[in-house]
Ligand binder design. Structure first.
Ligand code: COA
Length: 324
């Protein structure tokens, strides 16, 4: 039986047996995700096509990095899947995702988290560098009992972020940037100036990690869907006053990072730049704008609500450092 590598007793679910996920499980996994979401009052899962594409892309790692409890008809009672992210210079991440049908108890969840940890340990061992090994649980439910469970397993709550969205049909507020300032799109030559503006904009945020140029650049400008033409820098002469890094996914323009230099706040630059982005998104044929904002960031939330954004979901992130 797979799933025995965590050193934890394998739970017995009558009628179900443990095995890795397969691509053909995609419909059953999607059904399970929908059932879990409706029970936890969290938003519905990603569309089926997205899940299928993710599983297809992970075809090579899925046999080792996933586990599910399936019955003879292919129904799933529980599933878990880890995804490694080697894209950060400062840490190596494993995202842990699991889903347990509400009719099964908490011990199945505990078992799956421990199984994923054990699997992450095996996968991390393949890297020879000394970056900290981080386990991440990013969840969209708001179940306090499960949050306490994560904490009892050594995970620390790190942040909660809301996803906010706004359709692009209808009126876009007429805020404008000051006429004396210039707006330029992303280019490799401007990377340092964008990065400098990021530091100047986020320096007053609690827990600001002040990422170096290369870490920041890799995380934000090298992600899939990054749009050079929709990532903008507002210049006051040669000083970066505000900036935004954006990507496109399907029909949605995502504002990945957005900030105004602390020396230029409360002059309407935030509203002006956001309105400019919405106009450019619409011109690019997009249907919707979206962004994520920390629930403790009241200033930014007020701005987004003023610009017509509404909260569609909230996710919480828990992390644990694994000894090397
Ligand atoms: C959130 C943020 C982008 C807002 O930028 P900003 O340029 O100050 O935004 P605006 O000037 O358009 O609006 C901010 C406030 O100034 C007020 N304001 C705008 N022009 C003004 C003026 N001429 N005189 C006085 N007040 C003014 C607005 O009414 C708004 O007030 P409120 O906060 O009470 O609602 C900025 O605070 C920031 O970069 N924060 C750190 C990074 C960050 O959190 N980014 C978002 C991550 S999701």
């Amino acid at each position: 039986m797979s799933g025995g590598n965590s050193g934890v007793k394998v739970p017995v679910l009558p009628g179900f047996f443990w095995r890795p996920l397969e691509l053909s499980d995609a419909p059953a996994l999607h059904t399970l995700q929908k059932e879990c979401a409706s029970f936890a009052y969290s938003p519905p899962p990603k569309p089926f096509e997205k899940l299928y594409a993710e599983m297809e892309n992970a075809a090579r790692t899925l046999p080792g990095d996933s586990l599910c409890a399936a019955d003879a008809d292919g129904r799933l009672a529980a599933a878990a899947w880890i995804t490694l992210d080697d894209g950060f210079r400062h840490e190596l991440r494993a995202y842990l995702a699991d889903c347990v049908h509400p009719s099964w108890g908490q011990e199945v969840n505990v078992y799956l988290i421990k199984w994923m940890e054990a699997r992450a340990r095996v996968r991390f061992a393949g890297w020879e560098d000394t970056r900290p090994r981080i386990l991440r649980l990013d969840v969209e439910h708001q179940d306090r009992k499960v949050f306490r469970l994560y904490e009892s397993l050594g995970y620390h709550f790190t942040l909660a972020e809301e996803t906010m969205r706004r359709p692009l049909d209808g009126t876009i507020p007429e805020y404008a940037l000051p006429a004396e300032m210039g707006v330029v799109p992303w280019s490799a030559e401007r990377a340092e100036l964008f990065h400098k503006t990021y530091l100047a904009a986020f320096r007053d945020r609690p827990g600001f990690p002040a990422w170096g140029l290369e870490t920041w650049r890799k995380a934000f400008t090298e992600s899939e869907g990054f749009r050079q033409d929709l990532s903008l820098l507002v210049l006051d002469g040669t000083v970066g006053a505000a900036y935004a890094v954006c990507m496109v996914e399907d029909n949605t323009g995502w504002v990945l990072q957005f900030g105004v230099n602390t020396d230029y706040r409360r002059r309407g630059l935030g509203a002006g730049l956001l309105a400019e982005l919405l106009r450019r998104f619409r011109k690019a044929g997009l249907a919707e704008a979206a962004l994520e904002v920390n629930v403790n960031n009241e200033t930014a939330r007020r701005l987004y609500i003023r610009m017509g954004f509404a909260v569609t979901s909230v996710y919480s992130s828990f992390r644990k450092t694994m000894p090397i």
